[in-house]
Design a protein around this ligand. Structure first.
Ligand SMILES: [Zn+2]
Length: 293
């Protein structure tokens, strides 16, 4: 009787573990009203479109051979992204390549679902591939939240300055580690009937951790990676820039829903330099504070 009861308890425990594993309980650490609010999609420049939420930037690059989607917002963002793509007159199923600027849940949340529903190929900076596969579990900082997005298997691993090709489009990936081990930016040229533009989709190197850099055993090279990224990002030549979060490149000051096509609104070298310098200052101050403690 006692043994039976014990057996049942063990069985129940085993059962609940396996259910949790199968359902892959997703724990998004936080969301904000800006992250979840809808936003009217629009043509940024040439064949590049904004299809994200109010603050979580998602970019669609259309080609004659299908489309590239960069970033996906939170898990619940899938329906917004799909409807944004369709509102612009494109097919969701035309999505052929999926990219991310970093392996955090606020850009990866809907990736697994979109991959499954479109059959697109996931291409990722090699250094973020294991965080994608673990649904954020292996992230050096956010890993303690457990699975923060549905795991995604990568179809191609990318390295600094690799080229991503689809139709007539070519994107260069720039490895900008620190925020995550495989954070990256994308540089490419688009044309409209007036001229061509070099576009940078930048992953800004914001600091995620409150720990001392030297105490982050899961990412021993983190301080050096940030230093490298600041140097590399200062030397990029581009005509207009965008970022992983709308707030980072001040989208809402540059564009209002319903505005006419105006790529010049995103020509903003000063804004880029200022944003990067502010982050460099935060990094320098953190190094100082780390040394004092
Ligand atoms: Zn992040």
């Amino acid at each position: 009787m006692f043994r039976n009861l014990f057996h049942n308890i063990v069985l129940a425990a085993v059962l609940s573990i396996s259910i949790t594993v199968n359902a892959q309980k997703i724990n998004e650490p936080k969301t904000t009203a800006e992250w979840t609010a809808t936003y009217q999609p629009f043509r940024i420049v040439g064949n590049l479109y904004y299809v994200g939420t109010y603050d979580l930037s998602c970019y669609l690059i259309t080609t004659t051979k299908g489309n590239i989607l960069i970033n996906t917002g939170l898990a619940a963002s899938e329906s917004q992204i799909k409807s944004n793509i369709e509102t612009l007159g494109f097919k969701f199923s035309g999505t052929k390549i999926l990219l991310t600027t970093q392996a955090h849940y606020d850009h990866m949340g809907a990736m697994a679902a979109i991959k499954q529903n479109t059959g697109a190929q996931m291409m990722v900076d090699e250094k973020d591939a294991d965080v994608l596969a673990s649904g954020g579990n292996s992230d050096y900082e956010l890993g303690h939240y457990g699975t923060s997005f549905k795991p995604v298997k990568s179809d191609r691993l990318l390295h600094d300055e690799d080229t991503i090709r689809l139709g007539e489009m070519q994107l260069i990936i720039l490895h900008h580690p620190g925020h995550t081990k495989g954070s990256c930016s994308f540089l490419f040229t688009v044309k409209d009937d007036q001229r061509s533009y070099d576009v940078l989709i930048a992953n800004m190197p914001t600091i995620v951790t409150d720990k001392k850099f030297t105490e982050i055993t899961a990412y021993p090279g983190i301080a050096g990676d940030y230093a490298y990224t600041f140097m590399a990002m200062k030397n990029i030549k581009f005509d207009l820039w965008l970022a992983s979060h709308a707030s980072q490149f001040k989208l809402h000051g540059k564009h209002k829903p319903g505005d006419a096509y105006n790529p010049a609104a995103f020509i903003d070298q000063v804004g880029y330099d200022t944003a990067l310098n502010d982050l460099q200052k935060q990094y320098d101050e953190k190094l100082k504070k780390d040394a004092q403690q």
